[in-house]
Write a protein that binds this ligand. Sequence first.
Ligand SMILES: *Cc1c(COP(=O)(O)O)cnc(C)c1O
Length: 368
Amino acid sequence: MSPFLDLPPLGAAQFAAIEDKVAALLHTTADVIITQGEALLPLEAAIRGAAHPGSTALNIVTGPYGQTFGNWLRDCGAEVVDLAVPFDSAVTAAQVAQALRAAPEIDFVSLVHAEAATGNTNPVAEIAAVVRAHGALLMLDAVASVAAEPLLTDAWGVDLCVIGGQKAMGGPAGVSAVSVSGRAWERIAANPAAPRRSYLSLLDWKERWTDAGRTVLPHAPAQLEMLALDACLDRIAADTLDATIARHRAAAAATRAGIRALGTLTPFVPADGHAAPVATTLRTPPGLDAAGLAAGLDPALPVQAGGGALAAGMLRVNHYGRNASPEVVQDCLTAFGEALLATGADADVPTATAAAAAAWRAAGGPTG
Ligand SMILES: *Cc1c(COP(=O)(O)O)cnc(C)c1O
């Protein structure tokens, strides 16, 4: 008998308890709305709730998700100022401050914390301080940073913090969540264009669920995904969030050190301080097709070619969730080395795996 069949509906008390665990994970006392869909759902809901004709948004583009947000913001009739930086670097708080000074009417800022697709991460604490001083609302896509690096929603002043379970949490992709600050609720409630009576409506959830005391669920929750989300929250709590973060940091450090020792491939994000703990992206040299190399690897390895225009020249090691382990990093380095040697390129596998092991230890990665 499959444990996934004939499930009883998830009760309101259980649903509320899972929301509370997400709030604890995000270090927030704000309302947390769990959304029944992949993380693009709350990201779109947050933007459609806050943006409207007459508002001006600063959209910080450090990878492909920033481009998506800009399209939604324009779709909502907002004026959009794009601040784009090369996808192999991070945006600085000084750049954000300059953009805000140049357009004082900006009242909303969208930012991605870590970008799994490009392997970079942004200094949210400093950026949020600048945004708060300006008085704008800050939406953060923390899907690829939650459980992989510190995420201090309230202390930093993030108004809308969006997460999904499928990256470092090692959980399901089918549910996601957004925390909504009091300021964000005021703004959404005052927005005549905010979705109502809609699957994208955060206000509907607030009125029918959160403000109603969380006793009656407005819709049947996706119980399978909710149970999986609950299980991964419990696992993070049991392992401790700090240890989960340390494991991801160590995986990134070990992969980067291993690749530098291996030769031929290089980290796509050159500066260690800009590299995301969730995934490491690699540049292949001209003439070496990344998609072809990835296609020849053991499909069990968490490696894929870059998306879209990056497919020819980028490899991505998704060392998140259970794959944030020293064994998986070693296996990826060995596989890269063998594939490179087969093409006639240089690769030093023993030096690479030794460098990765040393970097794992130096980064404080859990051992044993
Ligand atoms: C993975 C990720 C998401 C979720 O989107 P998918 O397209 O389903 O992977 C959203 N934002 C960021 C920054 C991500 O890395």
